[in-house]
Design a protein around this ligand. Structure first.
Ligand SMILES: Cc1cc2nc3c(=O)[nH]c(=O)nc-3n(C[C@H](O)[C@H](O)[C@H](O)COP(=O)(O)OP(=O)(O)OC[C@H]3O[C@@H](n4cnc5c(N)ncnc54)[C@H](O)[C@@H]3O)c2cc1C
Length: 395
């Protein structure tokens, strides 16, 4: 019997634990918190004032056959196959999976902690999302600037979704004519992947949203209310909405070379093994994979590692499938893979319904009971199939 140790009880770790639980192996899941947050809901809490009832107890999400322990991991020695927790407890394993998500560190950007104290944000938990909603409720016109701190963003569609939902909110409140909306991005276009950018850019233009590209955030001067970029550009704001800088887990790794300078685990893009260690995998946001940091990716990666740990040949193909709310009752999806660049995906009401349906299915999806539905959906929407369809239609 092999001892499998999973670190992190978020989307990736919980799905994997449930896929492996009940089999011959012993499966232990260590997680820092028993509160499991459905993160995509933060967008709606912050920008529409939606209900914040989006946390469940991890103990109710994990199969009984999985040994679940609340433990903040502080050190992982990959050579000794030893994990240490903040409780002082030590854990050994035969195979290890790192699924500890991201960590945010606003202190890295001068002015950002003060911005969060006043305006909140929608990527760092419920309290800050609610703070942003209350700042928006008191907003009476001026400039709202929204953008990401660094090129790495959890849920890459979320900046564009944020600005489009803001546009809708302001129109409904009759404030749009006296509000300048600015989306700033370090990338050369509004959405990093050209395929979906060709869908998004005309919408932003139509709605009068300004886009500032090549804007690498340097600092925020909260006295003069100016956001400065490294390139020397400036945006004067009344309300700033700034996505935090993201980093890999706050864990002391031995050897330290398994993580990149931002702390993300160097992970083989197909096998999902941590470079140099055949019995160690990284999945979800904690990895350095060149794909979107998203729950859908975490889900697909968990499935690949579950198969690998069962002894099957399993390869991750880089599949992304991120839903995007366009703020006008329609949605689109960011769909691509390592082989096929993100395809332009026509906005529709059905796509938005699909996004909301997926959100409703989230808790059940962690248990693994909906896998046949997901498998069918992912098969019907493979990027290769979609791009073939476009070519045959002459798009
Ligand atoms: C605003 C917003 C909108 C989003 N929208 C979408 C969307 O529409 N579709 C989509 O697919 N994705 C979306 N996402 C992204 C999605 O939520 C994340 O990609 C997903 O949660 C990543 O899963 P994960 O398991 O890697 O990390 P997480 O779910 O963050 O879980 C990490 C877990 O590790 C634990 N942990 C951390 N450090 C330690 C430690 N030292 N020791 C032990 N445990 C630790 C944490 O407690 C947590 O349980 C969105 C995210 C945000 C913020």
């Amino acid at each position: 019997m092999s001892r499998i140790l999973i670190l992190g009880g978020g989307s990736a770790g919980t799905i994997l634990a449930n896929q492996l639980g009940g089999r011959r192996d012993s499966v232990t899941l260590l997680t820092a918190s028993m509160e499991h947050l459905f993160q995509p809901a933060l967008l709606y809490i912050a920008l529409t004032g939606a209900n914040a009832n989006v946390v469940r107890d991890e103990r109710r999400l994990v199969l009984r056959s999985v040994k679940l322990v609340q433990e903040r991991v502080t050190k992982v020695d990959l050579n000794q196959k030893l994990v240490e927790g903040s409780s002082g407890e030590r854990y050994t394993y035969d195979r290890l999976v790192l699924a500890t998500g991201v960590r945010t560190d606003p202190e890295q950007i001068p002015g950002l902690p003060a911005v969060y104290r006043e305006f909140g944000n929608y990527h760092s938990g419920i309290a800050l999302a609610q703070r942003l909603w209350s700042a928006l409720r008191n907003f009476d016109g001026g400039t709202i600037a929204l953008g990401q701190s660094t090129p790495i963003c959890v849920c890459p569609p979320s900046p564009v979704e944020g600005i489009l939902l803001l546009d809708r909110l302001l129109r409904r409140r009759g404030l749009r004519h006296r509000t300048r909306l600015v989306l700033f991005t370090p990338y050369p276009r509004a959405y990093p992947a050209q395929g979906i950018n060709s869908v998004i850019e005309p919408l932003l233009k139509e709605r009068g949203i300004e886009v500032m590209t090549f804007f690498d955030l340097d600092r925020i001067d909260t006295e003069t209310k100016v956001i400065h970029s490294i390139e020397g550009d400036e945006i004067t704001y009344d309300l700033p909405i700034i996505i935090p800088p993201f980093f890999g887990p706050d864990i002391n790794f031995e050897p330290s070379e398994v993580a990149d300078p931002s702390g993300f685990l160097l992970t083989d893009r197909e096998t999902l093994r941590v470079k140099g260690f055949d019995s160690v995998y990284a999945i979800g946001d904690a990895s350095s994979l060149p794909t979107s940091k998203a729950g859908v990716g975490a889900h697909l990666e968990a499935k690949v590692v579950a198969r690998a740990l069962r002894g099957d040949r399993a390869i991750f193909n880089g599949r992304t499938n991120c839903p995007m709310d366009l703020g006008d009752g329609r949605g689109t999806f960011v769909i691509g893979s390592y082989r096929t660049p993100v395809v332009p995906y026509r906005p529709s009401r059905l796509n938005l319904l699909m996004k909301h349906a997926m959100a409703r299915m989230y808790w059940a999806s962690l248990r693994g009971t909906l896998e046949p539905i997901f498998d069918l959906y992912f098969w019907l929407t493979t990027p290769e199939r979609l791009s073939r369809r476009r070519v045959s239609k002459g798009a």
